[in-house]
Design a protein around this ligand. Structure first.
Ligand SMILES: O=P(O)(O)OC[C@H]1O[C@H](OP(=O)(O)OP(=O)(O)O)[C@H](O)[C@@H]1O
Ligand SMILES: Nc1nc2[nH]cnc2c(=O)[nH]1
Length: 179
């Protein structure tokens, strides 16, 4: 285990099992729809890569990078698009792929933004949901794991850009970060 971690919450095996089940569910739900999977960089990059390999219906991928202002571990809700999608989403069935929903502010902004572009449908897939952190009422359509109100890192999730490369997910020790 990494010395900066309090505990490991999910091993690589647990993550892969849940992602496999989600891939099967999405393959069923999006049969004949040619969905566009939108990865929200950077945190969701590992999840996106493993998930799409387990989706066995025709689909496409695109990527968005957004940042909420503020350098701390808390989302501010003021969102800025750093990299936009390559193509129009008008009439498309969209699947937003997120690593974590906490306050819900990022997702609320993103959903609204994509619906404005006249997508046919917008659903949200998240690896982790932290319902206790919610500031706006928003519920992911698909979620692998609910997590407690602690700061987690690994498998794409960072603190100050570190720990994204860990193949498992754990709780960061309180003395390692500032809120
Ligand atoms: O529900 P919220 O409180 O808005 O938080 C969730 C967002 O925070 C994280 O992104 P972050 O801004 O840390 O960027 P990153 O994905 O590049 O790490 C995460 O990837 C979500 O997009
Ligand atoms: N890395 C990381 N980013 C987050 N963004 C919102 N909550 C979290 C969390 O627990 N960990």
């Amino acid at each position: 285990m990494h010395p900066d971690l309090e505990e490991i919450l999910f091993t690589e095996e647990q993550l892969m099992k849940a992602i496999g089940e989600l891939g099967a569910q999405l393959s069923h739900d999006y049969k004949d729809k040619n969905p566009l999977f939108i990865c929200v960089l950077k945190g969701a990059v590992m999840f996106m890569a493993d998930l799409v390999k387990r989706v066995d219906v025709p689909m496409e991928m695109d990527f968005m990078a957004i940042s909420s202002y503020g350098a701390s571990s808390k989302s501010s809700g003021v969102v800025r698009i750093l990299k936009d999608l390559d193509r129009s989403v008008e009439g498309r069935d969209l699947v937003i792929v997120e690593d974590i929903v906490d306050t819900g502010l990022t997702l609320a902004y993103l959903k609204e933004n994509l619906l404005h572009r006249r997508a046919a449908s917008v659903k949200v897939v998240t690896l982790f949901d932290k319902p206790e952190g919610r500031k706006v009422e928003i519920k992911p359509d698909y979620c692998c794991f609910e997590v407690p109100n602690a700061f987690i890192v690994g498998y794409g999730l960072d603190y100050a850009e570190h720990y994204r490369n860990l193949p498992f997910v754990g709780v960061l020790k309180r003395d390692v970060y500032v809120e």
